[in-house]
Design a protein around this ligand. Structure first.
Ligand code: FES
Length: 109
């Protein structure tokens, strides 16, 4: 029996393309689920820290995502803002894959 604790099931791991991102909505929040070329999964907030844009509509290359609105880039592993106009890091969340499903753990706030 998997110990899900406060892990929340999101989507099938195979539904996220390699070196791609998928949007996942939960309550009134949106998250971006990333899969690297070597099948590691990461989750960030889906709303850019610059202005309003969904990061999951952006372009993924390696471990970087480029915002679709003004081309600010983030390292989705850490959320680090890499180039102007973004200067505030994206929030990241723990992610894991179990039995072919992606789970994330949300903070209490
Ligand atoms: S809204 Fe993302 S870089 Fe401006």
């Amino acid at each position: 029996m998997p110990d899900n604790g406060d892990w929340i099931e999101t989507c099938k791991a195979q539904d996220v393309g390699r070196e791609d991102v998928k949007r996942w909505d939960h309550g009134d929040r949106s998250f971006a689920i990333f899969r690297t070329a070597d099948d590691r999964y990461y989750v960030t907030d889906d709303i850019c820290t610059h202005e309003y844009a969904h990061i999951s509509d952006g372009f993924v290359e390696g471990t970087t995502v480029e915002c679709p609105r003004h081309a600010g880039c983030f390292d989705f592993r850490t959320g680090e803002a890499l180039n102007p106009p973004v200067c505030v890091n994206l929030r990241t969340f723990p992610a894991k894959v179990e039995d072919g499903l992606v789970y994330i753990r949300l903070a209490d706030d």
